[in-house]
Design a protein around this ligand. Structure first.
Ligand SMILES: C[S@@+](CC[C@H](N)C(=O)[O-])C[C@H]1O[C@@H](n2cnc3c(N)ncnc32)[C@H](O)[C@@H]1O
Length: 461
């Protein structure tokens, strides 16, 4: 049996535009059977298994993912729910019965350790056909896969067969899982899910597709650029603005392969210089030279000197930790870091600066004290400039019509609307909205103004 044979007719889609093929280097992958146009839907996919992420630290209903009216399950399984309807849903009744029949204690309060091990526990409760399908998906061995099993075993009696199956489910989840945005954009709530067809998609750092979800967690895969017949259809397992120095270790540690795509082999990453750090010799840009199976060398493009690995490690660690703390900081703190500290270590092309710019674009106009009315002309200009820079960068990275482009186009449109409101005339904003609307059509994560447009025009978000 292969994956397609185990899917229902609806789940299998009309597969005339693609086929699953095998290669020695990458295993199974999806290839175009015909030329596919930019924006064309390639297939839709339904979740086989969905639930909280391992690091989940938000309290939300584990059935409908609502953030409102949350309370612990009245049967004392420790899981958060929002209503009687969710408590009585068939999915919850079976997981609740399982937890209660195996628990070593009563969970009268919401328990994060039960929430964090819920997704693989749900895997144990799949029917035979679903387990058969799940076991066809790729997984990798590694000590860091399956720590949820130990969390579950602390509180629940899990027998040996279940333990083996749960380990295997965790490894399959780690290799194939998709992050699913389930709330509104402002909530940023996400869960993880396994999609059987999309699990056949191999990775490229220059992906040719974009994906989005509807309100029922159905995933839609669309071409972000024209795809030629015979070309592999690839998804990016990493974030588009991560530099190679972040993508490579992430892919090696979590997905167990080294990417050899053209972006990874080009130290400048299509001229973006996302990994550039300052040369301590001459102040030029030091870039990483990745070659498959050879350790990376960081070399200055101006004076050609090699920067010692230890020094590179220190700079990357400083930048990485500042990025992590600043992602939840106030815009003023982010600007301060970008203007006074970052230039000591890296040029503004560095992916840390890019990710912080992205964060500022999401905050300015929406965060308390930084609402559109609160923004000074200077801050509004900064946001507009950052949107334009990020759009240019996406073009450099050949991202095509991907979701990030749609979201940034919309933010640029909002800046221009705001300039208009302040009596500065701008001409192009309608076209920006039209393009954003087209890219984000039917995406549950789209800004409300775009969703309102679909509702007014009879399309179901
Ligand atoms: C989600 S699966 C993709 C489908 C997989 N090839 C299969 O046969 O089921 C992810 C795994 O595929 C392999 N893979 C994906 N992209 C790759 C790439 N660009 N180069 C090498 N291996 C890749 C890795 O083993 C990775 O952990």
């Amino acid at each position: 049996m292969n994956v397609l044979e185990l899917l229902s007719n609806e789940e299998r889609n009309d597969s005339s535009s693609w086929t699953i093929q095998y290669s020695e280097a990458r295993g199974r992958g999806i290839f175009a059977n015909k030329d596919i146009k930019k924006g064309e839907i390639i297939f839709v996919d339904y979740p086989l298994l969905i639930g909280p992420r391992t690091g989940s630290d938000r309290v939300f209903c584990i059935i409908c993912f609502s953030l409102n009216n949350i309370r612990a399950c009245s049967k004392n399984c420790g899981l958060p729910l929002c209503s009687e309807a969710c408590e009585n849903s068939s999915v919850h009744v079976s997981e609740c019965e399982f937890i209660l029949s195996r628990s070593k204690e009563f969970f009268t309060q919401i328990r994060f350790d039960i929430i964090r091990s819920l997704t693989p526990l749900r895997g144990l409760l799949l029917n035979n056909k679903q387990i058969q399908l799940l076991k066809l998906l790729k997984s990798h061995q590694g000590l860091h896969h399956g720590f949820e099993v130990n969390i579950a075993k602390k509180h629940l009696r899990i027998n040996d067969d279940e333990e083996v199956l749960m380990h295997s489910i965790c490894s399959i989840l780690d290799t194939n899982t998709f992050e699913v945005i389930v709330g509104e954009k402002s909530d940023d709530l996400s869960v993880r899910a396994l999609y059987p067809l999309s699990s056949m998609l191999n990775h490229s750092c220059t992906s040719n597709i974009t994906h989005y979800f509807d309100s029922h967690q159905k995933m839609i895969i669309k071409a972000s650029v024209p795809i030629r017949k015979g070309e592999e259809i690839c998804h990016s397992y990493t974030k588009i603005f991560w530099g190679t120095c972040v993508r490579q270790p992430y892919l090696q540690q979590t997905k167990h392969f080294s990417c050899d795509c053209s972006r990874c082999q080009d130290p400048t990453e299509c001229g973006s210089n996302l990994c550039a750090i300052n040369c301590f010799n001459c102040g030029g840009a030091v870039l990483p030279m990745y070659k498959p199976n050879v350790s990376v060398t960081w070399r200055c493009v101006s004076c050609n000197s090699v920067m010692p690995a230890k020094l590179v490690g220190v700079v990357l660690a400083i930048l990485g930790s500042r990025l992590n703390s600043l992602l939840s900081a106030d815009p003023i703190q982010i600007f301060k870091f970008m203007k006074s500290q970052l230039p000591k270590y890296a040029p503004m092309s560095n992916h840390v600066a890019v990710q912080l710019k992205c964060r500022l674009v999401w905050l300015l106009g929406y965060q308390k004290n930084y609402l559109w009315n609160d923004l000074t002309d200077e801050l509004l200009r900064e946001k507009e400039d950052m949107c334009r820079e990020l759009l240019k960068l996406l073009e450099m990275l050949r991202a095509g019509q991907n979701k990030m482009r749609g979201l940034i186009l919309y933010e640029l449109y909002c800046c221009l609307q705001e300039w208009n409101r302040r009596n500065h005339q701008t001409g192009e904003h309608k076209a920006l909205f039209e393009e954003a609307k087209e890219i984000l059509k039917d995406d549950v994560y789209a800004p409300q103004e775009i969703k309102n447009f679909w509702v007014l025009n009879g399309s179901e978000p």
